[in-house]
Design a protein around this ligand. Structure first.
Ligand code: ADE
Length: 419
């Protein structure tokens, strides 16, 4: 196999050991692997996956391959690739991977092009860069595509915008919208891995620090909860009154970013929107403030403005760029404003990715089986898949639950009895 682009083949053995380590925490995906090996639902299917290349994704890739998929895997972010994992997939599993940690934008899109050159029947995206590039620049290949799946909130928002414009030319399943995905991956996964990324990058003590969480969606809730657990004084900023109200009643201080800006030691955005931390916020931040992002794209912090404001900049530590302002203050930007949990740490732990990637595998299978019936819109994950993944995960964790009695079932289905 020659069609791949990775950093260093010699890293493969270490990658294999780490992939096996993650696999132990992914029992639901493992059970799907075993069924796929027998049933081969993807026989004859070309699949292009644009995902963070991590140990967890490697286990997904092996599962799809076991199901018969002819798979190409490319990076969904320039900083999230684990080079040893990429090497192992190429060397041990013959999966063509195009992903190098730290790749520049040109290489990033060269890798997306490799996914497109594979002429996929099924796309698997995290952030919708593959689907969007395919639609914008390679529309002649669209008729080959049966459908796609999308992993993340940001990607689902983009795809829904495409569908609303009538621009989406094949059906997509929004894996993110499954309850067994966003309740766990977005909340507990992002909560823990973002703290992990900030700590690995800075080694800072969180106890007693003022910590601003930008947003209060599922990911931000997880981060706010875990930052509080580490002893930080958490401030939440929001634009949505309902989410803001929820943050207030969860016990957080809520205020506009402009009010929070001079108070905080650490900022982390998780909104999916642009310039959540803007020039006027950075102008009033404290000396030494740490600024990070854990949303999908590196647009949440106005980095061009920060570059403009700075009189000098240098790399203080790996993943920490220090900008010196004219008034002598320094501001610290983590991981170039890219998702800090994947840039400086290893992303979400395998135990939550187990459910996310079980959803990916089963949604891809659903897409292949139901291609004829589906329209060119964004679908949720079928409820039966969601419920089955929850059941399998509980079973794997050794947790038993009660069953409704006949009497309870009858009661729930009746309306006659009240007080
Ligand atoms: N997104 C967040 N964490 C991840 C992980 N560990 N693997 C793949 N995608 C992720």
């Amino acid at each position: 196999m020659t069609n791949y682009d990775i950093k260093d083949k010699s890293l493969a053995e270490g990658g294999r050991r780490r992939i096996q380590w993650a696999e132990r925490e992914m029992p639901v995906l493992r059970s799907i692997y075993e069924r796929f090996e027998k049933e081969r639902p993807f026989e004859g299917i070309r699949m292009s996956a644009c995902l963070h290349v991590t140990t967890e994704t490697a286990n997904l890739a092996k599962t799809l391959q076991a199901g018969g998929a002819d798979l190409v895997l490319v990076a969904s972010n320039p900083l999230s690739t684990q080079d040893d994992v990429a090497a192992s997939l190429v060397m041990h599993n013959e999966i063509p991977v195009h992903a190098i940690k730290g790749e520049d934008n040109v290489t990033y899109y060269k890798h997306i092009k490799a996914a497109i050159d594979h002429k996929p029947h099924i796309t698997m995206d995290d952030g919708a860069d593959l689907v969007s590039t395919l639609h914008k620049d390679y529309s002649d290949l669209l008729p080959n595509v049966i459908g796609g799946t999308e992993e993340t909130t940001t990607g689902v928002i983009r795809l829904k915008a495409m569908a609303a414009d009538g621009a989406l030319k094949f059906p997509v399943v929004a894996v993110n919208d499954a309850m067994t995905k966003h309740f766990f991956d977005n909340r507990y996964g992002t909560g823990q891995s973002t703290i992990d990324g900030i700590i690995r990058a800075t080694n800072i003590l969180l106890a007693g620090k003022n910590f601003v969480v930008g947003g209060y969606g599922w990911c931000a809730r997880g981060l706010a909860m875990r930052a509080r657990g580490m002893g930080a004084n958490v401030i939440v900023t929001e634009v949505d009154p309902l989410k803001a109200l929820e943050a207030v009643m969860d016990g957080f201080r809520v205020m506009p970013m402009m009010e929070a800006a001079p108070l905080a030691d650490i900022f982390c955005t998780l909104t999916g929107d642009i310039n959540v931390i803007d020039q006027h916020h950075m102008e009033v931040m404290k000396d030494g403030a740490i600024i990070a992002n854990s949303g999908h794209f590196n647009v949440e912090i106005n980095i061009p403005a920060l570059e403009e404001m700075a009189v000098s900049q240098h790399q203080a530590r790996p993943f920490v760029k220090q900008y010196e302002m004219e008034d002598g203050r320094v501001l610290n930007l983590l991981g170039d404003g890219r998702l800090i949990n994947l840039a400086a740490a290893e992303g979400h732990p395998a135990s939550v990715m187990d459910m996310s990637f079980a959803n990916q595998s089963l949604s891809a299978e659903y897409m292949v089986k139901h291609a004829e019936e589906l329209e060119n819109i964004v679908y949720g994950v079928p409820e039966a898949i969601d419920a089955e993944i929850a059941r399998l995960k509980l079973e794997a964790m050794g947790v038993q639950i009660d069953k409704l009695t006949e009497e309870q079932l009858t009661y729930l289905n009746s309306w006659q009895s009240g007080t």
